[in-house]
Design a protein around this ligand. Sequence first.
Ligand code: 5CA
Ligand code: ZN
Length: 409
Amino acid sequence: MKAWPSPEIPSLPGTAGSLTLFDTGRQAARPTTPGPTARMYVCGITPYDATHMGHAFTYVTFDLIHRFWRDAGLDVHYVQNVTDIDDPLLERAVETGQDWRAIADRETALFREDMEALRVLPPRDYIGAVESIPSVAAYVQDLQARGSVYAVEGDLYFRVRQDPSFGAVSHLSDDEMVRIFRERGGDPDRPGKEDPLDCLVWQSARPDEPAWNTSLGHGRPGWHIECTAIALDHLGMGFDVQGGGSDLVFPHHEMCASEAHVLMQETPFAGHYVHSGMVAWQGHKMSKSRGNLVFVSELRRNGVSPAAIRLALLAHHYRSDWSWTPQGLDGAQQRLALWTRAAQADHGTDVATTLSKVRAALADDLRTPEVLDVMDDWAMAQQSGGGTDAQSPKTFAAIADALLGVSLN
Ligand code: 5CA
Ligand code: ZN
């Protein structure tokens, strides 16, 4: 699929060090150790509705990682999927009388516009589930050849326990796994399953549902194996970061990892499993299924600057759960005005310490609230005058742009 155009990234003096991120798998913050090309896979949208602030928070979080690595002089191979066939799309199609493909195309197009407006760096590979079906079918056959698949009424299930490290991403008890699996699209209670946690890798064709002819017969893929296949095809095993919101820790990222471990007979699937917190609105996690949403596109239509939206998101550490509020957006707009004034000055105080503090706070598990404080300090000092350096206001703007994706123009 086509991604979206990349914004320019200004270059900054000096270079960043290494990036430490909290790894859900190890339950600890650890340095990332990319080679000259850092490899990151982030789970993309299921395009049945517009981009909301929860999505924006997640993609801006991983954009900070992307930007940090670029600042460190690395090439970044970033892969993202689009779940352009799944139950929610088909349900929305029935509810609205539209074709599921038209919904997916429209909402994916809107997502691209939102990402471009938010200055999120595009993935190098932007891959749809539908276009990956032949690859998924081949991986399911590999799993079959390893004796890791069985059929229930024509649907194919992966034996999760074939991976000795199953559970090592989420660290949940069996009871918790079953409960969460049931909540998040799994089918632990289906009769005929060997283990309640075994996951669907191929669903045979249902009447009135789309299906594809493959080596596995007529049907469509299960969800997890799509991301496993896309990540393996484009990044291979042992890539640096597997990312998404914390609602994907279990079952999604656990299942993806186990499928890959069994397929490739090696570990790990990813070096770090990184998860952003959930954004709520009106007391509940923002979700398309609940319908309590604040859309990026709606704010943009109402004239809110994307830079202010980004600053509203960056005011929260990426691992915290938080609520979107109008006050948060007001605060971000004031901050944007402060920074913009400061960046427009003819001269200012030295910005080198600001840059090294910003890099250090980002390097330590993306401590963005501290980054904003450091930037505020420089901008406020600027208001009270002083400083003779003609370059520093421009460098300040370049820091905001290159590392935070906030354009002060
Ligand atoms: N297509 C799958 C991933 S393969 C999916 O989860 N799609 S999604 O549209 O539901 O979510 C897209 C991304 O946004 C996921 O990484 C998800 O974890 C994240 N996300 C969804 N809702 C929120 C929220 N309220 N707060 C933060 N992140 C969220
Ligand atoms: Zn995914």
